[in-house]
Design a protein around this ligand. Structure first.
Ligand code: MN
Ligand code: MN
Length: 461
C-alpha cells in the first residue's frame, strides 16, 4: 500500500461541507434557511417561539395532549407548558417501553429584562431599568437599536402582549455609551467593567408633559403606554417585558453563506427540530421534540428542563400507550441540540483547533461540555457517540466534532445533564456560532441545514 493509500484509509479527513454538496442539496439548504429566517423574524422570545410552534403544529395535525388520552401509532400531540415552553410527540409504531427519540433545544436567549419597578426619570430622560438575563458582554448591548417584547398582566388579571420596535414605523429603544472624547477613564477599565449592569438603562423618551414636577417625561411615557396597552406603573410588577435587539435575520457575506440574527442560540436548533418533526411520518420509535425555557439561567423553574413538566408529559404519553415511564426513559435517546462555539480566526488563542468546530463543516457533535475538567457536563459514553455517528452517516448528514474552547479557557453547559440525570442516554450536538450571546450572532447556512437533517435522522432512528 502506498503512503497516499494508507493516509486515505487510516487518517481522519475533515472536509468543508461545500465539498460534494449537490445542486439539489444547495437548493434545499437555501429554502430551509429562508424559512428559518422567517421564524427568527417572528420569534425573539420563548413565548413567541412557543406560540408560533403551537400554531404551526396545529395546522399540521397536532392535538393538545390531555390526561387520560389513548394514543395510537401516528398520533401527533403537543403540550403547551405555560406559554413559555412546548413539548411535541409523534407516536411511533413500537411501544414506548422500547424508548423514544428526543431532540431537546431551548428557545430563551440572553437579553435585558425589565426590573419589577423599572421606570424612572433622570435629568429629562425617562428610562427602564433592566437586569440582564443569561451571560452577556454588557458593552455589546449599548448604542444599538432595541425592541421591547413580552406580556403585562394587568391589575384585573387580563394579559396584554407587547411587541414594540420591530416595524419600520415603530420607534426603537437604546442604551447609551460614553462618547470616545470623554472616555479617558472608561477606556482604562476592563471590558467587563466598562459598562456595568446598573448602566443598562433603556431610553424611553425625553419630552415632558406640561406642568410642574421632575416626573413629566416619565408621566408622558406612562400616558402613552396606558393609551396603547391599558397599563399603569404598578402593572410592571406582574409583567415580563424584555429588551432585545431590533431587526431581522440577515444574510452575511458577499456569497451570502452566513446568517446573522438575535438568538440563534438556540432557536437555530429549535427550528431544526420543529421542521424535521412536522415532516415526519409514523416513526418506529416515538419522536419527542422539546423547546425548553430558562436554559440560559440554568434550566430552572417550571418551564426549564429540570422541571417535572417534561416527566408529566412523558408519563401521559406512557399512560396513553400502556407503557411504563422508567422503562421508557432507560431505553430512550436524547439529542441535546444546542449551539457550540465556531472557530474564529480572529481569536485562535481560545481554541484547540484540532477539536473545535468550524463553520461549514456540518452539525457539531460534542461529547462533553462543562468547564474545569468537564464539570457540569454529562460526558456521553462511547456507545452513545457511536449511535449518533452511525445514524448520521447512514442518513448522509455532514458532521464534525466540537469542544467548547481549549482546556481551562472557560466553558458552558446545555440541557444534556438534566436529560441524562433522568436515565436517558444523551449526546450534545448543534450549530457552530460566531459571537455567541452577542446582540447579533453568526451561523453558517450549511450547518443550519445539516442540523435539521441530523434531527430528522435521530427522529427516524
Ligand atoms: Mn444554548
Ligand atoms: Mn447560550
Amino acid at each position: 500500500m502506498t503512503t497516499e493509500e494508507l493516509r486515505k484509509q487510516l487518517m481522519l479527513d475533515a472536509k468543508n461541507g461545500y465539498v460534494g454538496l449537490t445542486a439539489q442539496q444547495r437548493e434545499e439548504m437555501e429554502g430551509y434557511c429562508k424559512r428559518y429566517s422567517a421564524f427568527m423574524d417572528a420569534c425573539k422570545t420563548e413565548r413567541e417561539a412557543t406560540a408560533w410552534t403551537m400554531e404551526v403544529a396545529e395546522k399540521n395535525g397536532f392535538k393538545a395532549l390531555l390526561p387520560g388520552m389513548k394514543l395510537q401509532p401516528g398520533d401527533k400531540v403537543y403540550r403547551n407548558n405555560r406559554d413559555k415552553s412546548i413539548l411535541l410527540a409523534v407516536i411511533g409504531s413500537e411501544s414506548l417501553n422500547e424508548g423514544v427519540n428526543i431532540c431537546a433545544a431551548h428557545v430563551d436567549s440572553p437579553r435585558m429584562d425589565l426590573k419589577p419597578n423599572p421606570m424612572y426619570e433622570d435629568s429629562g430622560f425617562a428610562y427602564f431599568k433592566t437586569h440582564y438575563y443569561g451571560g452577556i458582554k454588557k458593552y455589546q448591548w449599548t448604542m444599538t437599536p432595541m425592541a421591547i417584547h413580552g406580556v403585562v398582566c394587568r391589575k384585573d388579571g387580563t394579559r396584554v402582549t407587547v411587541t414594540l420596535g420591530e416595524r419600520d414605523d415603530e420607534p426603537v429603544f437604546m442604551v447609551s455609551d460614553l462618547l470616545i472624547h470623554l472616555s479617558a477613564d472608561q477606556m482604562k477599565k476592563t471590558l467587563a467593567e466598562g459598562i456595568v449592569g446598573e448602566q443598562l438603562n433603556v431610553i424611553l423618551g425625553t419630552e415632558p408633559l406640561e406642568g410642574e414636577g421632575s416626573d413629566l417625561v416619565k408621566l408622558n411615557v406612562l400616558r402613552m403606554l396606558n393609551e396603547k396597552y391599558g397599563i399603569i406603573e404598578e402593572d410592571f410588577l406582574s409583567a415580563e417585558l424584555t429588551v432585545v435587539p431590533a431587526g431581522k435575520c440577515r444574510e452575511v457575506g458577499l456569497d451570502r453563506s452566513l446568517l446573522c440574527a438575535y438568538g440563534h442560540d438556540d432557536r437555530v436548533c429549535a427550528y431544526a427540530q420543529i421542521e424535521s418533526l412536522l415532516a415526519l411520518g409514523t416513526p418506529k420509535h416515538t419522536a419527542v421534540c422539546i423547546l425548553a425555557d430558562k436554559e440560559e439561567i440554568g434550566s430552572v423553574g417550571v418551564t426549564g428542563m429540570k422541571s417535572y413538566a417534561f416527566d408529566t408529559f412523558m408519563q401521559d404519553l406512557c399512560d396513553g400507550t400502556g407503557a411504563q415511564l422508567n422503562r421508557c426513559y432507560e431505553n430512550s435517546f436524547c439529542l441535546s441540540a444546542d449551539v457550540t462555539n465556531a472557530f474564529d480566526p480572529n481569536f485562535p488563542e481560545v481554541s484547540d483547533k484540532r477539536n473545535n468546530s468550524q463553520l461549514n463543516y456540518g452539525v457539531a457533535i460534542c461529547k462533553y461540555t462543562g468547564s474545569r475538567g468537564k464539570s457540569g457536563a454529562s460526558d456521553a459514553a462511547a456507545e452513545a457517540l457511536s449511535h449518533v455517528r452511525q445514524t448520521l452517516d447512514k442518513a448522509g448528514v455532514k458532521w464534525q466534532t466540537a469542544t467548547m474552547g481549549k482546556v481551562d479557557q472557560g466553558g458552558g453547559g446545555t440541557v444534556a445533564a438534566y436529560m441524562a440525570n433522568r436515565n436517558i442516554v444523551t449526546v450534545d450536538a448543534g450549530v457552530p456560532v460566531i459571537g455567541m450571546h452577542a446582540p447579533l450572532e453568526i451561523v453558517a447556512k450549511l450547518d443550519c441545514y445539516m442540523t435539521m437533517l441530523a434531527c430528522k435522522a435521530i427522529y427516524e432512528a
